[in-house]
Design a protein around this ligand. Sequence first.
Ligand code: SF4
Ligand code: SF4
Length: 383
Amino acid sequence: MIGPIPVSLVRCLNYDPDGVRQSLREALDPLGGMGALISPGHKVLLKPNLLQGKPPEKAVTTHPEVIRAASLEIMEAGGTVFIGDSPGSGSLSSVLSKSGIAGVVEDLGLKVVPFRTPVPVSVPVGGVYHSIELAGEAFEFDLIVNLPKLKTHAQMVLTLAVKNLFGTVVGAAKPSWHLKAGDSDHMAELLLDIYRTVAPGLNILDGVLGMEGNGPGSGAPREVGLLAASPSALALDLVVSSLLGVDAKENPVLRRSMERGLPGSMPEQVKVFGLSPEDASVDDFILPASYTRVDFSLPDFISGPLKRSASSYPFLDPSICTTCGICEGVCPVSAISLFDDGGGDVDKSICINCFCCQEMCPEGAIRPVAGSLLKILKRLGVA
Ligand code: SF4
Ligand code: SF4
């Protein structure tokens, strides 16, 4: 791309269908409109955030009206719209139905594409990985339009446009990748390689109703009133992360992207249109309890109980847990032992702090809890 990468920020206070469509058009204007990306006859894949089957007011999934507005713009430009994902839990059809998106699919005649077939896909030169197994179905389109939801994330601090593409990893392979990647910096490297491989042509962030606190599955809905759009998922994340008060160095995806020198990772490579960053900034956005500042790290020789007390681990609340067993099933290291009457133990000596359990718990019964040393360090402002 020649010149600065555009990122549009547009106010959108609610999900009134006409209002969302108007805001989306405003957001796409500086990018040349949808017609600049789509020619008649193009097959276009929408990739929303379909983590779990939750109603729109829970802010877990991309809102149906954002999907409707994006679809109408694509159809008006002559494209045919497909919608696909591999949800964290539940089938694609059940998540579409519970999230209210099935109504839009039916109204507009969208074609549904479950991501089922893992195929090895080469990562462009310069990646950490040479090849990653991703859903083959995602690579059958002229254009991918990424439709992330603005949310917090216990392991990655935020889930925005880059993280949303982890949905192209098929089903049960997701926890295995967490195990392979290990910590959040290595996970960020994987996400960046997936982003460069999937290469969405357009990213539209649903930040009208976002999620703060212990996201991405069970945080608190937060009215942010924002739609953002950019041809670069990374540039979009860079701008929005800053609006939410998360410095790029404290966001693993952005930190690693800067170190790799990826396009869109530096503020001087980006031009913001629409709202000024000052007008769009979000006051007192609540980050996950597991969040620590980047300059906090213990020396390598400190390990065992001391290191564990300086980290965050999942807590299973027995008063909410229904003993469904999903967390046990997704834990890549089998660290969870459930109790018969609800709740359970986490073996901290093997837990890798991926928070897949918290992300997938359908009841919101798991939350990150800082160890005693970490609590003290946070109070002192050094973590
Ligand atoms: S903590 Fe959540 S995922 Fe785990 S068994 Fe209980 S309800 Fe299910
Ligand atoms: S207990 Fe939870 S956070 Fe720990 S490794 Fe298992 S899934 Fe990840």
